[in-house]
Design a protein around this ligand. Sequence first.
Ligand code: TXA
Ligand code: MG
Length: 326
Amino acid sequence: MVGDRELNQAVAVLRTGGLVAFPTETVYGLGADASNAAAVRKIFEVKGRPATHPLIVHLADAVQLANWAREVPEAARRLTRKFWPGPLTVILRRARGVSDVVTGSQDTVALRVPSHPVALQLLARFGGGVAAPSANRHGRVSATMAEHVRREFGAAVDCVLDGGETQIGIESTIIDCSGAGATLLRPGWITRRDIEAALGTSLAVPPADAPRAPGTLAAHYAPRTPLALVEGERAAELAGERARQGRRVAVLALSARRPPLEGLEWITAPRDAVGYAHALYASLRRLDDSACETIIVEQPPQGPEWAAINDRLARAAAGASAPEAT
Ligand code: TXA
Ligand code: MG
């Protein structure tokens, strides 16, 4: 539980340029005072994140938009009215005075009002913007529990607010509203269809020179253990073949049934997209910690509600040396 004392302590840490990890409804964030460049630099240091990869500024309410964005186009107004507080990030042209450290020197800034009560209380008491990426080392799996953050960063983070497991489990949908029209930069809990319904138009496909978004790099959201995406029952077959060779294999299954063999680290994931997303990162972390040589993930279905999950899994698999899987 996060009480008054913890919240006040966290606000004091932010005010003095420290780092506070806090729960949002998507994943945990690693926050610093967005108006304090030295504090924001610490985020990049402890994450090992390249300075050119911009951060999301978290706000207590949409009224503060004017402090951070120099214009708020109609599309952004509609989306923020409909989805804030919630798992939506909008990219807008930045207001004067927004630090280059936060934006990676771009002319735009990412903004979000989260809905998690602890995040909202922290932001309301602090009063300003809190720059926060997901609370994980650069390129790795996001944190959905306070314990993940503590294990990953230890004393490098001054304060961790423990709000229990995050509800959604994957990162916010990112919509770029800084140019003409709206562009989907990162799929999330709020689907393309939800966004299009709110806008009354279709979303643009990102142009080739779209703003840099590291979350959209191929290899990201990855465990240390190589991860392979494998269709259906083939996941269990492949795992079985490996296990019979005496190799340790981890499996995140969906429909595949566990072969009765030693040496398999096995998790059966929830079969609905909501449950799957909620459990995904904790499952990947557990399998990653099990000292296996490969994590085999059974490919989830392709429906729209699975789009964000499939996006994260494809990135987690990219760069991994896949076994002779398909
Ligand atoms: O759910 C979330 O969005 C979580 C919670 C903590 O709010 N945050 C999160 O932050 O996922 P991060 O830093 O891991 O991912 C933010 C993404 C990155 O891919 C970054 O490149 C992109 O947002 N981004 C930030 N500012 C941008 C900008 N000005 N233009 C384009 N992309 C931007
Ligand atoms: Mg991240």
